[in-house]
Ligand binder design. Structure first.
Ligand code: OSB
Ligand code: MG
Length: 356
């Protein structure tokens, strides 16, 4: 990565990831990405474990099988595997890309996308000094990003937000706690109400809905859930319990494109705004984020930044770029970018081919 990314749960300086390439018998290919990190800090999922899940339990449900539509994946025994959405998502995404390519349509169009460009936000990690973060904020505003999100944790919250607001009273600004607080910290979280934030993302525990519903009654800043929303069922519960007013949909976290669409459709129906979250994806996973961000219910800028914000050299062509704060949604078939297997080989750690 171009620079280490620090959150309340740790620092990532390199991203280890699993790419899934699905090949049709004598035909098209499709690409997906497993967004797990190398350790179980964002969720229980992590690269080595998701690799094992794919090889031992998931790939066999796809290899040698016939599907009319990518949603049929969820009629296989994959649906019976508890959790490990990130591993499932890698396969689900590859199947959607393959299907869209066969249809000769863009993934965006195939899933019902309605936008030809998407609004880009940037997510800025925790820094050693506030001055460094202020510099990051200036840099990304200059590059045109339409919303700034900063990572917060105890001791790196109210004062940091105040410093940014002093310099930029009007910019769309939000914070992401990655579960760093408990209800005992309500005094700190209340203080954030003074700064006109778009939302606060995942203030409380990674798996919680109930305490967030209590917190929502105590603070004015809208709560957005990320980690807690791992399925359509969780989204429905969060809505019914009033645990949040916004949902960050990450295809990796929920099991891929099919479930992301289900959550999106539900949220659109009940009037809950959504946006698309990222997990520092390579150009492959990013393509899936872009397609989802073109859906009609996406009402805030997404955590979808240019390839250069993450990597010296992305593994797709063309690389993802941001102009005037927007990213163009590809019109080409499938994910709409070419995957550079030569670039992948330069960083390849492990490879397995699973055949019929
Ligand atoms: O909580 O949104 C998060 C990155 C890794 C793990 C969790 C999160 C993030 C980000 C980065 O905020 C978003 C991006 O990909 O730009
Ligand atoms: Mg988040």
């Amino acid at each position: 990565m171009v620079s280490p990314f620090e959150t309340s749960f740790g620092v990532e300086a390199d991203r280890e990831c699993i790419l899934v390439r699905l090949e049709e018998r004598g035909g098209e290919e499709g690409w997906g990405e497993v967004v797990a990190s190398s350790g179980p800090w964002y969720s229980h999922e992590m690269t080595e474990c998701e690799w094992y899940l794919i090889v031992k339990y998931l790939a066999g449900e796809v290899v040698g099988s016939e599907f009319d539509h990518p949603e049929d994946l969820w009629d296989t025994r994959i649906a019976r595997v508890r959790g490990h959405n990130m591993a499932k998502a890698g396969i689900d995404m590859a199947l959607w890309d393959l299907y869209a390519r066969k249809e000769g349509r863009s993934l965006s169009k195939v899933i019902g996308g309605v936008k030809d460009r998407i609004e880009c936000g940037v997510s800025l990690g925790i820094r050693r000094r506030v001055e460094d973060l202020l510099e990051d904020v200036r840099r990304y505003l200059e590059l045109g990003y339409r919303r700034i999100k900063i990572k917060i944790k105890k001791g790196w919250d109210v004062d940091v937000v105040r410093r940014i607001r002093e310099e930029h009273p009007e910019i769309p600004l939000q914070v992401d706690a990655n579960a760093a607080y408990t209800l005992k910290d309500v005094d700190i979280l209340e203080k954030l109400d003074a700064y006109n934030l778009l939302m606060i993302e995942q203030p409380l525990s990674y798996d919680d809905l109930f305490f967030h519903s209590l917190l929502a009654k105590r603070i004015k800043t809208p709560i957005c859930l990320d980690e807690s929303i791992t399925s359509l069922e969780k989204a429905v519960k969060a809505f019914e319990m009033k645990s949040c007013r916004v949902i960050n949909i990450k295809p990796g976290r929920v099991g891929g494109i099919t479930v992301s669409k289900d959550i999106h459709d539900f949220c659109l129906k009940v009037g809950m705004p959504v946006w698309i979250g990222g997990m520092l994806e390579t150009g492959v996973g990013r393509a899936h984020l872009v397609a989802l961000a073109s859906l009609p219910g996406v009402a805030y800028p997404s955590d979808i930044s240019a390839s250069k914000r993450y990597y010296e050299r992305d593994i797709v062509e063309p690389e993802w770029t941001v102009e005037d704060g927007y990213m163009a949604v590809p019109k080409e078939s499938g994910i709409g970018v070419e995957v550079l297997e030569g670039e992948i080989k330069k960083h390849l750690v492990k490879y397995v081919e699973i055949k019929e």
